[in-house]
Design a protein around this ligand. Structure first.
Ligand code: FES
Ligand SMILES: [Fe+2]
Length: 458
């Protein structure tokens, strides 16, 4: 039995945002500056989007054992994502039910219970209130479930990626992911055992709206310009062999790479068709890093014929797989966007390691050591360029009279955008179709009144 508490069953301030004309603010070819700058719209997003749809929370490898926990956020809600004593994954509100202080101040750890630092109320990692100091001071029975921690009513994993939502009517996660799910599978399945383990992260914070990052994550139009210095660095010693993202340099739309929009705001950019299909084809693209020649020579010495196949496991996979609103697989990274306010966002890049499935043995350490080097390059070095642009966009959008941004690249150009049999849309790499589509999903979510609830242990 679960106890659900419905949210927003009476008219709330959020209802006030009905005064916005969403169809005016987001049109087919342009979007209004207010969707990036208006605090009331941001507040509604934190409920309708970062509450009303599936939001990425954490990876199962971060809470591998019973009683492991990690602290995260879903929109502005502080959460403790925990694997309880019987292995069930829960997302508890990191908020004491007594007077509301942050209950757990640690980033991660292993515990069966959380003790509030303020007055010492103690909660099991199922969220249940275990006891309070000097209970005789309460006239009431403190076992009332209303004192148990709030938690998300829906938490589901897909191949190790944990998502949560407050929306009790949300589709099952795998249905919601739809045609993007096989892309996530492929990203995983190139690794031994079809899995990754999440390591530490490179953390950025920028002064801009969270959507600026999502608008960029499938954008192939900016690369040759925004990342020019990175492309030049990657190709400085490359001679005729184009390295890194060099395929963006000259008319990228004639390259075999493409973008695809699937559903629910999800999209991906597939740059794999640009690669040579041979062992070492991916590795050949890696730009020079300090010590790389030495590593490569050592791989050939140690692993002989298998060396290039193994080196490919250290190379950055050239795909961008984006799940609206806050999750992106890029290269070998998991990128997560965390809104802080209408004009401030965290962009966190989690590195990943591979594990041995019994077939690669000791090579796994060599691959992971090299993988760390490649993860120091793109996309982390690209992110600084992107963030500079996000901050400058936010500044530009503060000019009230100049109201619109345009996203119509590709729109109306004959034969450019293709509707696929599975309902997805494909277009050349620099097309803005992905942005038009995810902003339609954004608009749909902002217009609906989602059926939200929290849950407490009975
Ligand atoms: S606020 Fe947690 S015990 Fe008082
Ligand atoms: Fe970029």
């Amino acid at each position: 039995m679960t106890l659900l508490e419905k949210i927003g069953s009476q008219q709330s301030r959020l209802g006030g945002t009905a005064v916005y004309d969403w169809d005016y603010l987001v049109q087919e070819h342009r979007a209004h500056r207010l969707i990036y700058t208006d605090p009331a719209i941001f507040e509604t997003e934190m409920t309708n989007i970062f509450g009303g749809t599936w939001v990425y929370l954490a990876h199962e490898s971060e809470i591998l054992h019973e009683n492991d926990f990690i602290t995260r956020r879903m929109g502005l809600r502080p959460l403790i994502v925990v694997r309880d004593g019987v292995g069930k994954i829960r997302a508890l509100y990191n908020r004491c039910t007594h007077r509301g202080t942050t209950l757990c101040r640690w980033e991660k750890g292993n515990t069966k219970s959380f003790q509030c630092p303020y007055h010492g109320w103690n909660f099991l990692n199922t969220g249940k209130l275990r006891g309070v100091p000097w209970p005789e001071g309460y006239a009431e029975d403190m076992r009332d479930p209303k004192y148990n921690m709030a938690q998300l009513p829906r938490v589901e994993s897909y191949r190790g990626f944990i998502f949560g939502t407050l929306n009790i009517d949300a589709l099952p996660l795998v249905e919601h992911l739809g045609a993007i799910a096989p892309m996530i599978e492929e990203w995983l399945n190139r690794n031994p055992g079809g899995k990754v383990v999440v390591c530490e992260a490179n953390r950025f914070r920028f002064k801009g709206n969270w959507k600026l990052a999502y608008d960029n994550c499938c954008d192939g139009y900016h690369v040759a310009y925004s990342h020019r210095s990175l492309l030049e660095t990657e190709n400085r010693f490359a001679g005729e062999n184009a390295k890194g993202m060099a395929y963006y340099r000259n008319s990228p739309d004639t390259q075999p790479m493409y973008m695809r929009y699937t559903s629910h705001g999800n999209h991906f950019k597939d740059k794999r068709p640009n690669l040579e299909k041979r062992p070492g084809g991916l590795w050949a693209l890696e730009s020079a890093h300090p010590g790389m020649e030495h590593y490569e020579a050592e791989f050939i010495r140690r692993y002989g014929d298998r060396a290039f196949e193994l080196l490919d496991l250290a190379g950055s996979e050239p795909v961008n797989i984006n799940v609206f609103p806050n999750f992106s697989l890029l290269g070998n990274h998991i990128q997560v966007f965390e809104p802080i306010s209408v004009g401030e966002t965290n962009a966190i890049w989690y590195g990943t390691m591979i594990v041995d499935d019994g077939r690669i043995g000791d090579a796994v350490q060599d691959i992971n050591a090299l993988r760390m080097r490649t993860q120091e390059g793109f996309p982390n070095f690209g992110e600084v360029d992107d963030i500079a642009n996000f901050e400058q966009i936010q500044r530009g959008l503060m000019a009230p009279e100049d109201e619109w941004i345009y996203m119509h690249r590709g729109l109306g150009v004959p034969d450019r955008i293709k509707q696929q049999e599975d309902g997805s849309i494909t277009a050349p790499a620099t097309d803005e179709a992905f942005m038009r589509e995810h902003l339609k999903e954004w608009k749909r979510l902002m217009k609906t009144r989602p059926n939200l609830a929290i849950q407490r242990e009975p």
